[in-house]
Design a binder for this molecule. Structure first.
Ligand code: TSB
Ligand code: ZN
Length: 680
């Protein structure tokens, strides 16, 4: 061990001079044993070799560890084991359970614990790789016999033993050629592949050992298996080795891990909740939509009840727009390729478009966006400044070639109808228009019952010239306008680099599902590009020709995506105004069919959506079926109700409310619908 001294800079500004070889754990322990026990890993930022300190101490000895955590004089921070000997001057941060990166380390260590358990129970298994993921971890295994659910339970129990043994994670090195020879001899084809691919000939290869288990791995890891405190195996799925169906089929075991049992339990509860709300499952159960292999992936078919919800959304938003100065137009779903060459879609957005159709003497393409069509409507006559802003809106259907792996129920589809509008205005009008769109969004969210959302300022990635129009001045201006607009409304936002539209920056409104996964719903976009491409003009007060600015905006997103959100938000139990069937009628016996017809007619007349269950079934079975469909009101009636012109009301979530006059029920229901009430 060298007697050389190195300087370790701590986050509070303190500098500790310690002998080279001291570990982050030693330093934590010297500060306080409690800190040492709470630390999971350490973050090192090697100090520049060129700084006075490091050249003075000549702290450039490159050991294998140093090469791992400081490749080629890199000053990028990196995570290392608490047991890593420090060899150069460095900044050091001890990472405790509060740091989200620490969770990744725990999960990666949990993957090693999983592999340890699998090899102890099924020694013939060959190992693939086992990384941490956003939701936990997995490990890929090759074994001829598939793992059964009982095997999975046994593996989880064995993992608990490995954790209880509290084996140290030791970082070790082996010459590459020796490691390869051993893997090859054992038939470890996947490890052989990884070592060959990811390490250099002649190098020392990094491994981690806990107990008898050794894995090719760069780390870092928690100090010992005992630190994997709360974990669970989740599922098994199949995947071909290297994604090639000619290769052996692997079994991927998924698991998750947290710092505490409570965190794990919370996560599992959220997962259950997500399953209960899953719009794809509810879409089937409540007969809202279906997908057919014969039509194709990402092209859902709306069943009558789903189509009702969609129509209600459409009517709602068209009306809101009409009252806010929008003019509705209709334009076709396709156009000539040339239109998109001119707009820039062809150059920047082609990957998301379906390929063109070559016809007799023209090339047509399904539109991926509605903007060019609306631009041509703007252009269809001379425009004066007095008409601006011109707000052209349409429930515009568009087609995007989304990757098949990204498709999901109604939330990500390939044929979608957007609540779209393009506002053509003067530069002076941008902020005011921006603010009115924001107000529309807030109003719509209030009516739909959406309360949790966040704002994202979506910017271009200046390095990506393929995806974004190349015009620095234009991007800077758009970005400034959006920042100023958000600031003047006092709205906080995060930034998303590379999330802009190809023609300009946008403010996106993000909604998260139960698992915290975010998607963009509403969007407001500032565009100086398309008005230029199409030489758009208006006559100013000065009589001269000026160029308008475009604002692209969608208030309630696509009908598909918004419906998926509402299904999950309400777990299928829609507020009265959105429920496909608002009232279910249950005549107690056949004798009451005439009264049923009368009740149904009156409710329909009042604009309510009704269904009568005239089957020859028990009353309770009929009630149960309506309840399973999450019908807001179930009205039951027999002789007594008929004689009194009344109905017995069962309210969703509240149960039997007793008998009331039919007219009173109708008045109440109409009122709740008119107010878009969340309560029944
Ligand atoms: C707002 N030209 C603009 C428009 O004028 C535009 O198309 N913007 S967009 O590309 O951001 O799409 C608008 C919205 O459509 C998105 O914010 C998102 O909510 C929704 N959307 C996008 N792709 C899909 C998809 N594959 N499935 C369902 N909805 C989608
Ligand atoms: Zn647009």
């Amino acid at each position: 061990m060298s007697t050389q001294t190195i300087a370790v800079h701590l986050p509070d500004g303190a500098i500790r001079e310690v002998p080279a070889g001291t570990t982050p754990f030693d330093i934590a322990n010297a500060i306080s044993p409690r800190l040492a026990a709470a630390s999971v890993v350490a973050r090192l930022t090697p100090l520049a070799v060129a700084t006075e300190q490091s050249s003075a101490s000549d702290g450039q000895t490159t050991t294998a560890e140093a090469a791992m955590y400081a490749p080629e004089n890199s000053q990028a921070p990196c995570l290392v084991d608490l047991s890593t000997p420090l060899t150069t001057d460095t900044r050091l941060e001890l990472i405790t359970e509060r740091d989200p990166e620490a969770l990744k380390v725990v999960r990666h260590s949990a993957a090693h614990v999983l592999a340890t358990a699998v090899l102890e129970l099924f020694p013939e298994t060959k190992l693939g790789h086992g990384p941490a993921t956003d939701a936990g971890f997995f490990y890929d295994f090759y074994r001829e016999k598939p793992f059964t659910p009982e095997d999975l339970a046994a593996i989880e129990a064995k993992m608990a033993e490995v954790v209880a043994r509290d084996e140290k994670f030791e970082h070790i090195y082996e010459p590459r050629e020796q490691a390869l020879a051993e893997f090859e001899q054992d038939g470890d084809f996947m490890k052989t592949h990884f070592v060959t691919k990811f390490t250099e000939p002649g190098s020392e290869v990094s491994f981690y050992r806990n107990g008898k288990f050794v894995d090719f791995c760069r780390g870092p890891h928690v100090p010992s298996t005992g630190r994997v405190k709360a974990f669970k195996t989740m599922s098994i799925s199949g995947a071909y080795w290297l994604g090639d169906d000619k290769n052996p089929q692997l079994q991927r075991i998924y698991g998750t891990a947290f710092f505490s049992k409570k965190d794990l339990d919370d996560y599992l509860a959220r997962l259950e909740d997500a399953k209960r709300r899953d719009h794809r499952r509810l879409g089937k159960e409540l007969e809202l939509f279906t997908v057919s292999e014969e039509v194709g992936a990402g092209l859902p078919l709306w069943l009558p009840k789903g189509a009702t919800i969609r129509r209600l959304l459409e009517e709602y938003i068209l009306d809101l727009e009409r009252r806010n100065g929008y003019e509705h137009v209709h334009t076709p779903d396709l156009a000539k390729v040339d239109l998109y060459i001119r707009s820039g879609h062809w150059a920047h957005y082609q990957d998301s478009m379906f390929p063109p159709m070559d016809l007799e003497n023209e090339r047509m393409v399904l539109r991926p966006m509605n903007c060019p069509h609306h631009i041509l409507i703007y252009e269809s006559k001379r425009r004066s400044y007095r008409e601006l802003p011109v707000r052209l809106a349409e429930l515009g259907t568009m087609y995007r070639y989304e990757l098949s792996g990204a498709l999901s129920g109604l939330s990500r589809v390939r044929c979608m109808t957007l609540n779209d509008a393009h506002i053509f205005c003067t530069p002076d009008q941008i902020k005011e228009e921006f603010s009115s769109v924001m107000k529309l969004v807030e109003r719509a969210y209030r009516d739909l019952g959406i309360t949790k959302y966040s704002y994202r300022l979506s910017l271009r990635d200046p390095a990506n010239k393929e995806k974004f129009v190349d015009n620095d001045a234009m991007w800077e201006l758009g970005e400034r306008v959006l920042r100023e607009s958000m600031d003047s409304l006092g709205l906080k936002y995060k930034e998303g680099k590379g999330e802009a539209a190809f023609y300009g920056p946008k403010v996106d409104i993000q909604l998260a599902d139960v698992m915290g996964h975010e998607e963009t719903y509403s969007t407001i976009q500032v565009d100086f590009h398309l008005p230029n491409q199409f030489n758009l003009e208006y006559t100013g007060a000065d009589g001269a020709r000026h160029r308008p600015v475009m604002i692209h905006r969608g208030v309630i997103s696509t009908m598909e995506r918004m419906t998926s959100y509402l299904i999950e938000l309400y777990a299928g139990a829609f507020p009265l105004w959105l429920a496909p069937i608002q009232v279910g009628l249950v005549p107690i016996s056949e004798r009451h069919a005439t009264y049923a017809a009368k009740v149904e007619a009156e409710l329909r007349d009042a604009g309510l959506r009704v269904e009568t269950d005239n089957r020859n079934e028990k009353m309770n079975a009929k009630i149960r079926d309506f309840a399973n469909q999450k019908t807001p009101y179930i009205l039951v009636f027999g002789d007594k109700e008929e004689a009194a012109n009344a109905v017995s009301v069962r309210t969703r979530g509240k149960g039997d409310q007793g008998s009331i006059p039919l007219a009173d029920f109708i008045a109440k229901a109409k009122d709740l619908v008119a107010n878009k009430s969340a309560e029944l």
